[in-house]
Design a protein around this ligand. Structure first.
Ligand SMILES: NC(=O)c1ccc[n+]([C@@H]2O[C@H](COP(=O)([O-])OP(=O)(O)OC[C@H]3O[C@@H](n4cnc5c(N)ncnc54)[C@H](OP(=O)(O)O)[C@@H]3O)[C@@H](O)[C@H]2O)c1
Length: 287
């Protein structure tokens, strides 16, 4: 019997590539977009039903889960991919921007997860894959709020993995490095950035402009859903993200932090450049 996956945020990037990857592997896909104009985006693919969902709207989560179940009669996996990027020095962002970032990246993700858990628990199977970020492993400058939201996703996923382990239900998190998707073309930027920050911000984003193609992470999302490794929570994607936990282990935390700090305040050492490769695609970034 064909399995069914629900994937959020599929109009572009990892979500869109994941829809294609799952279809290629013979899955049914319930894909979500948040704009009516994107409802036809997967119309060239068979066994995909595209539904509208804004994950910020927690009240619709239960109804959405019921609708998703109706599409193919069953749901085997949920990929919480929808998310966006708030950028700017902490002092320059409004608290509304902070709340909005957590609403989409964290609270919406938790609400949708909650709406599928009773079904997964009762059917004694189900896989939830949450898209975190390598920035959950250590915060980067000018994106501290985004990093905090992704660290919340990581810790939530670990706790959920243990909590659901008696019921045959698995939760995992994917930690992508820098990828060339649409996310950096629609950044939510802090409105009034003091002049003091501008040179260092330009240097930071200038040094982080090379990443991976979205298919790299779509492959890892598919692996996380399908590899049967219930005890593994963390999956890293992209050469930078794969290298970071290894470098931390190799160097030990204090030395790793020293290198990471130097690299992200403008002066990466030759050692850092050797240890942490970047993806080969130029990232489309509107800062
Ligand atoms: N690209 C990277 O380097 C990178 C690295 C680490 C983690 N991530 C994470 O990966 C995930 C996918 O991002 P991406 O890079 O593939 O970016 P993307 O191309 O912008 O795709 C993100 C998708 O999420 C949707 N979305 C945003 N807010 C939403 C909401 N409130 N409700 C429903 N859908 C919403 C977007 O819809 P619209 O098209 O309507 O905006 C879009 O389809 C995100 O969680 C992101 O934080 C990305």
């Amino acid at each position: 019997m064909r399995k069914t996956v629900v994937i959020t945020g599929t109009a572009s990037g990892f979500g869109r590539s994941s829809v294609r990857r799952f279809v290629k592997e013979g899955w049914n896909v319930v894909a979500t977009v948040r704009k009516e104009a994107d409802l036809q985006i997967h119309s060239d693919l068979e066994n995909v039903r595209t539904l509208l969902l804004n994950v910020d709207d927690e009240a619709v989560s239960l109804d959405f889960a019921a609708l998703a179940l109706q599409q193919f009669g069953r749901v085997d996996a949920l990929v919480n991919n929808a998310g966006y990027y708030h950028m700017g020095p902490v002092e320059a962002g409004t608290m509304k921007q902070v709340h909005d970032q957590f609403q989409t990246n964290v609270f919406g993700l938790i609400a949708l997860t909650k709406s599928f858990l009773p079904t997964f628990r009762e059917q004694r199977s189900g896989i939830i894959v949450n898209i975190s970020s390598i920035s959950a492993d250590q915060g980067y400058p000018y994106t501290a709020v985004y990093a905090a939201s992704k660290a919340a996703v990581a810790a939530f996923t670990e706790g959920l993995n243990l909590e659901m382990s008696n019921f045959g239900v698995t939760a995992k998190a994917v930690f992508p490095g820098l990828h060339n998707t649409r996310i950096f073309t629609k950044i939510d930027t802090s409105e009034s950035v003091p002049e003091d920050y501008k040179d260092a911000m330009a240097a930071f984003f200038g040094a982080n402009s090379s990443g991976s193609a979205p298919e790299v992470t779509a492959d890892v999302i598919y692996e996380a859903v399908s590899d049967g490794k219930d005890g593994q929570v963390r999956y890293y994607s992209g050469p930078d993200a794969v290298a970071i936990p290894r470098a931390r282990h190799l160097l030990g935390l204090p030395w790793y932090w020293e290198e990471f700090r130097a690299a992200n305040t403008g002066a990466p050492s030759p050692l850092w450049k050797t240890l942490i490769p970047q993806g080969g695609d130029e990232v489309d970034m509107v800062v």
